[in-house]
Ligand binder design. Sequence first.
Ligand code: SAH
Length: 463
Amino acid sequence: MLLTLETNGPDASKISYLLHKHPDKVQSFTMSFGKVHVYYPKYQHDSAVACMLLDVDPVGMVRGAYRESDFMLGQYVNDRPFVASSFMSVAIAQVYSSALGGKCKDDPSLPQTPFAWTARIDSLATRGDSQWVDRIFSPLGYQVTTHSQLLDPEFPQWGESPYIQTVLSKTCPLSVLLTHLYVLIPAFDNNKHYFVGEEELTKLLEKGEGWLAAHPHKDWIARRYLRARANLVRTALSRLVDEQPQTDIEESPTPEEPSAEAVIRLHDQRHSSVVEELIACGAQSVLDLGCGEGKLVRELIRKPQFQRILGMDVSYKSLEIARKRLRYDTWGDEQHRRVELIHGSLIYSDKRLHGFDAAAVIEVIEHLEPTRLESLAKSLFMLARPKHVILTTPNKEYNSVWESLPAGQFRHQDHRFEWTRAEFQAWCHQIATLYGYRVEFKGVGQEDPDRGAPTQMGVFHRD
Ligand code: SAH
């Protein structure tokens, strides 16, 4: 991943003094996340180009401090080597430190001198929202050009890549340009590799001095830079905004609780039945496997009996929503010790799931290909092996009660199958026998005399 700085004019070759990097050789620096190389593909007295190439080592990161503990495969397969991220900021701060700080030993007045700069960032993460590049850089006086590309020209229907090439031009001292890049690149990326704490807030206020307070999108920048840690964002904004009323920084308010009079929908009924079962079996530590957006986790948190709760889902997006809804970022250490949300898949053996009293697997199995069920059963009943497992799935027989559901259609477009009561019970009995559990069956929702309840529940116990 590449950051290119170009300048033209009579003093262009002074770039090597500004950057404090010799123009005749490639210089390499070892960083905690990989290597950084600096070189000049063009170096003439009136035109010079300096490149900073980041060679991020995604596997090295696994061993280093940047392990993203809740995304297993992400340790190996991730966009970090290719995207302009907070690693770029770290590289700017370390490799171009004197330029960023506006210092030049050989010519102290040089850093204050404006140069006509063109900076090219090869892949800025915009998450599909490229207008923000213009909204963020234009108010700072940059001329902005962006180039987006199709994800795959052979499949135009996949749409455009969320990463775009961005070219920024402005005449200013180099330290101004580097400071903007230092703050704004990670704000775009919104996927910081280090823990965001007080120190980051201090950095933002320090590096944002003189420009951030007046920026029309200062709240967006602060929120993204601090990765939406609500309390820090609030502090940052309150320090940046003196008289103006405080901006509402909540992106997604917690959904309203259903009122007492409201009809309890099947979904809620399912979760209440599961919570009742978990309470009845005396579980103190509970897994919510395929926790989705965290509805059951929220119910579990309310019950003091559950001293340890771990929600896992294969969908990173659902986990992010769950975190937001539960206001995960505002919790204290004790709450973080009690409740964890992790990224993972139920079909792989996973040591993080060991040692729990009970597991809830609510409306998840029907999202898997039937050929994967054996792996799920093995990782859950043989390896994680909680004492109690509560498993729910739709009862296919009930579908005909819903007139709006065309015959033969599944309840959800992501369902790979739906089972009759006989099919579900046969599968559960087979697992119980294989792994040494006993199983009982219950219905959830209003029971139809012939077709049973809309949701079927299998409750497994191991003695
Ligand atoms: N249990 C939640 C969500 C049910 S939707 C509830 O009752 O509200 C099904 C969920 O299973 C989705 O969030 C989906 O991402 C998750 N899922 C599907 N396959 C999975 C797998 N292999 N491992 C973990 N979660 C999975």
